[in-house]
Every structure is written in structure tokens, then in C-alpha cells.
Design a protein around this ligand. Structure first.
Ligand code: TMP
Length: 205
């Protein structure tokens, strides 16, 4: 059988409900017997998880933050993502490089050209087959975050910061409509589940 594993990434503003949707994706892939590996960024490796602690809690400059995101990503790509794909296993990553464009460039004004240089260094030939962008208005996402409590550094940022991130993600989606599928996270969870299944059906058909 010809192996054609997929690389799927999940993106969106904080509080967009990715965690619930990951459960739907896991269920779909298990039911259809698609061998899959779930991972996340920043994180996914021993070093990546250590860097995640720093990135989510320590105040560092936006440029250092960008470099550390890509240091973690380099380990992730080389140790986890590429080997799994090469073994025919689908990889689903909770965030990837679009997050750096949205958060560090859109949110914190790092020059996007610098991010592109790092992207071309770390994974010039690797691009997601599908990116699910979970989108919802910022007032809704911030209300959800506040009710969760225990916020990290990014989640504590201003509403303007989160708006810039949302807009950056929507701009990225506009530029690559065939890769991105925008899911309206502000609707009934059963509808969201059905939408995800439809998108995955199309990807794996
Ligand atoms: P999570 O809460 O979805 O696990 O993501 C962790 C946080 O890290 C989230 O607020 C977004 C942020 N982040 C960036 O700022 N840049 C990146 O490149 C990635 C992957 C995540």
C-alpha cells in the first residue's frame, strides 16, 4: 500500500477551543484506522518542553522568543515530525510556524521577513497539508480564558494583542486558502465536530 501520511496543524487565538477539537480529530483518526501521532508546539521533545516553560512564563524580548520558538521547532521537526511522516504516520501538531507569524510578528511586531528566514532554515521542504484555524471573536475568547483561570504569559496579554493575532491568522488563511480551513469556534460543538469530520474526510479521500 502506498503511504501518504498527512501533516495537519491546529491554530487559533488562545481560548479558541483547540483541546476539545483535538479529541474529535483523535476519534476520527482512530475510527478510520489512520496511524497518527499527536504533538504540540512549543514542545513535543525533551528540549522543546523545557523551552515551553521558559516561553510561556518568562519575560523575554520578542526576538529572543522567536529564536527560541524556532530552536524548539528545529528539534521537533528533526526528531518527531519528519521521522513520523517518513514512517507513514500522520502527524497532528497543536500549533506550528503560522503561530510564530501570528504571535511574534502580528502580536509583537517582529519583522515577518526574519521569521521567513528561520522557516527556510528549519523546515524549507516541510509544510502542513492542512491547517485548521479555530476562529472566534476576541471578546468571546477572552471571556473563556478568564473563566479557565491560571493564565500563561500570552493569555494575560491585552485584548488588542489578541485582536492582532486573530487578524494575522485570518490574513495567513487568505493567502493560502487551499491549505487553511477556518472553523468558526463560536458555534454549537456538534456542528464544529461535523465540520471537522467533513474536512478530514476530504483530506483522506
Ligand atoms: P497553547 O496554549 O496553544 O498550547 O500555545 C502556547 C502559547 O504559545 C500560545 O499562547 C501561543 C504561543 N506560541 C507563540 O507565541 N509562538 C509560536 O510559534 C507557538 C508555536 C506558540
Amino acid at each position: 500500500m502506498k503511504l501518504n501520511p498527512k501533516f495537519i496543524t491546529l491554530e487559533g487565538v488562545d481560548g479558541a477551543g483547540k483541546s476539545t477539537c483535538i479529541k474529535f480529530i483523535k476519534k476520527y483518526l482512530t475510527d478510520k484506522n489512520h496511524n497518527s501521532f499527536f504533538t504540540r508546539e512549543p514542545g513535543g521533545t525533551l528540549l522543546g518542553e523545557k523551552l515551553r516553560e521558559i516561553l510561556l512564563h518568562d519575560e523575554i524580548t520578542p526576538e529572543t522568543e522567536t529564536l527560541l520558538m524556532f530552536a524548539a521547532r528545529n528539534e521537533h521537526v528533526q526528531q518527531v515530525i519528519t521521522p513520523n511522516l517518513q514512517s507513514g504516520i500522520n502527524v497532528i501538531s497543536d500549533r506550528f510556524t503560522d503561530a510564530t507569524y501570528a504571535y511574534q510578528s502580528g502580536g509583537k511586531y517582529v519583522d515577518s521577513k526574519k521569521i521567513t528566514v528561520l522557516k527556510n532554515w528549519v523546515h524549507v521542504n516541510l509544510k502542513p497539508d492542512l491547517t485548521l484555524l479555530f476562529d472566534l471573536p476576541i471578546d468571546v475568547s477572552l471571556t473563556r480564558l478568564k473563566s479557565n483561570g491560571n493564565l500563561d504569559k500570552f493569555e494575560k496579554e491585552s485584548s488588542d494583542f489578541h485582536k492582532r493575532i486573530r487578524n494575522s491568522y485570518l490574513d495567513l488563511a487568505k493567502k493560502e486558502p487551499s491549505r487553511f480551513k477556518i472553523i468558526d469556534s463560536n458555534q454549537n460543538i456538534n456542528i464544529i465536530e461535523k465540520e471537522i469530520y467533513l474536512v478530514l474526510d476530504k483530506l483522506f479521500s
